[in-house]
Design a protein around this ligand. Sequence first.
Ligand SMILES: Cc1cc2nc3c(=O)[nH]c(=O)nc-3n(C[C@H](O)[C@H](O)[C@H](O)COP(=O)(O)OP(=O)(O)OC[C@H]3O[C@@H](n4cnc5c(N)ncnc54)[C@H](O)[C@@H]3O)c2cc1C
Length: 320
Amino acid sequence: MEQSNVYDLIVVGSGAAGLSAAIYAGRYKMKTLVFGDSFGGYTTIAGPIGNYPGYIEVDGFDLMMKMKEQAEALGAQIKDDKVVGVARPDSCFLVTTERGDAYHATAVIFATGSEHRRLGLPNEEALTARGVHYCATCDGPVYGGKTIAMVGGGDSSVKGVNLTAEYAKKIYLITREREIRAEPINQEQMEKLVEAGKVEIILENEVAEIVGTEHLEKVMLRLPFNGSTELVVDGLFIEIGATPRSNLAKDLGVTLDERGYISVTPMMITNMPGVFAAGDITPLFGGFKQDITAAAMGAVAATSAYQYYKIHGNLCASAT
Ligand SMILES: Cc1cc2nc3c(=O)[nH]c(=O)nc-3n(C[C@H](O)[C@H](O)[C@H](O)COP(=O)(O)OP(=O)(O)OC[C@H]3O[C@@H](n4cnc5c(N)ncnc54)[C@H](O)[C@@H]3O)c2cc1C
């Protein structure tokens, strides 16, 4: 076994949870490797963040760059590569990547987060990036002076409305729910836009059809709004939550909950010895998905991985 590919800890995921785990593991002097197929995770597209302690406001991408710098300063290696398999042929874990490389580790932390949920409508995939979008921060600026619809009744969609209001002429917020449930500070900001006539909220309704050939032309609503089910918009942003990226953990034999999140103890320990999980991929803290909770879980997962490492030593070294 090539020693350069042997680590004490491999973290799958370079978002807030994974990088926080790497910072703590670095301070525990563990030889740590972090993989991320999209550096920084969701935080990089979150736009301005005003609730991360220590910053009045910080851009999400900048926050993740700071975490990366800190993790690297403490000795962690960070690779932009997708993990395609985690196996345990013996007491040591084998991690394989899309680039065809293989790595070994005594402990593994899954910090793989989640991915945007889709509406599941015909045409949705064909018109993705042609009027249909999943990231208001990334794609909102394209809609300067245009009319858009934002789907979802939670904090992400309300943040999306507030962000795109800087560019768009008119925004419709569509939700199946009876009311919007967002952080009060974000909701207050949106209410000012509603008062100004820039935003209209369509409650207890949903997008039934996405219409367009080369580009989105309009959406059809399930129920009439202002007398019509047709809503002509230039862009449709879908912010309806996320699905856990837990396939790798599942294939390894890690227990998931009924919604597909990795089941953990409050110390971020899974059912499988040597495997830990942190961040949005777990249902901990009642599923309160934030950078501060992800970072906290990463810190705890690294601490548990270190306890495991202290008890067992380098399980891969003995396999060489
Ligand atoms: C629009 C938006 C706005 C938000 N605003 C805020 C806010 O203002 N304040 C706040 O605190 N939180 C905010 N959040 C939530 C916050 O971004 C998340 O809670 C946080 O990103 C969770 O971190 P995580 O590390 O658990 O997961 P993620 O950030 O999702 O990171 C997961 C990582 O795992 C990687 N990964 C997954 N599978 C693999 C694989 N097979 N191989 C390699 N890498 C893999 C991904 O590439 C990524 O790097 C916002 C989220 C969104 C979407």
